[in-house]
Design a protein around this ligand. Structure first.
Ligand code: ADP
Ligand code: MG
Length: 290
């Protein structure tokens, strides 16, 4: 059994779970953020969307499912101190609540990743019902949150399949506004279809977020048009601009909401959070939109 690295961390973990779920509260809406391409702003979207959902009074859990642990670092937690972590929850059946820690933002909790998650992809192939490990783990804490956001790794492997299987309320696909933006998306959509057929009948594309938009280039505008033609209903109206503040914030272990709240990136993620809540809260809990 692993020991928490410090009593401070331990008390953080306990605090994360001290609030009782209100009796009227429904199960959390669980949304995966996936795209097998790296560097399209999956992590940036999970962390900053999560921050603005929390700022709007929602109880949010960010789940780091990537061995690179960028979401963990971005929320101010050192992955090397993250014990237990998603690995222990998935591979060793550790209670999910034991791995959750709070962040500097009230209402925003984290299920952190540690580097050992890199081995999990292979190790969980041996486990029964290996695609449902995350869904089962999140069910243990789903009554404590309004939203659970899953940061998937840049692949379509077993960890991403676990993320998609757990995502009862849909998938958000970040698409970078660059050349060949749509490349690989048909493969992602095929995986979504397979997971929906076999593992999670509720899985659907909840939304597509255009990221790193540069209004000064014609290419950016062309890509926006191309993606909107491909996903006419799914694209969020909000477009995330390229903004250096968004790339600086993680190195301070902060979200854009505290690092540069007046920046264009902050305003965009705030607007995205409003649209996201509107999409999900306008429907009955956990039902796909009509
Ligand atoms: P992924 O999780 O898909 O691999 P990241 O969220 O880590 O992508 O983003 C890739 C890189 O781009 C990171 O360095 C991040 O800080 C930066 N980045 C993401 N979104 C923006 C943006 N809108 N403007 C500027 N830099 C961004
Ligand atoms: Mg990432």
């Amino acid at each position: 059994m692993t020991t928490p690295p410090s009593s401070i961390l331990h008390s953080e973990r306990t605090a994360a779970l001290s609030g009782d779920a209100s009796p009227a509260h429904q199960r959390a809406r669980i949304v995966a953020v996936a795209n097998q391409k790296g560097g399209v702003a999956k992590t940036t979207t999970v962390v900053n969307l999560g921050a603005y959902l929390a700022a709007a009074g929602r109880r949010v859990l960010v789940v780091d499912l990537d061995a690179q642990a960028n979401a963990t670092t971005s929320l101010g937690v050192n992955p090397r101190n993250a014990t237990p972590s998603t690995y222990d929850v998935l591979v060793d059946d550790r209670p999910t609540a034991e791995a959750i820690c709070t962040t500097a933002l009230p209402g925003l909790d984290l299920l952190p990743a540690a580097p050992d998650l890199a081995g999990a992809e292979v190790e969980i192939t041996q486990i029964m019902a290996r695609e449902r490990l995350l869904a089962r783990a999140l069910a243990q804490v789903a009554d404590r949150y309004d939203y659970i956001l899953i940061d998937d790794p840049p692949s379509l492997g077993l960890l991403t399949v676990n993320g998609l299987t757990a995502a009862t309320d849909g998938l958000v696909i970040p698409v970078q506004c660059e050349y060949l933006a749509l490349e690989g998306l048909s493969q992602l959509l095929r995986t979504v279809q397979q997971v929906r057929d076999v593992l999670n009948s509720k899985l659907h594309v909840l939304g597509v977020v255009l990221t790193m938009y540069d209004s000064r280039t014609n290419l950016g505008q062309q890509v926006v048009q191309e993606v909107r033609n491909f996903f006419p209903k799914e694209c969020f109206k909000t477009i995330i601009p390229r903004n250096v503040r968004l790339s600086e914030a993680p190195s301070y272990g902060q979200t854009i909401a505290s690092y540069a709240p007046a920046s264009s990136g902050a305003l965009a993620y705030q607007a995205l959070a409003a649209e996201f809540m509107q999409r999900l809260e306008a429907t009955t809990p956990n039902a796909p939109p009509v």
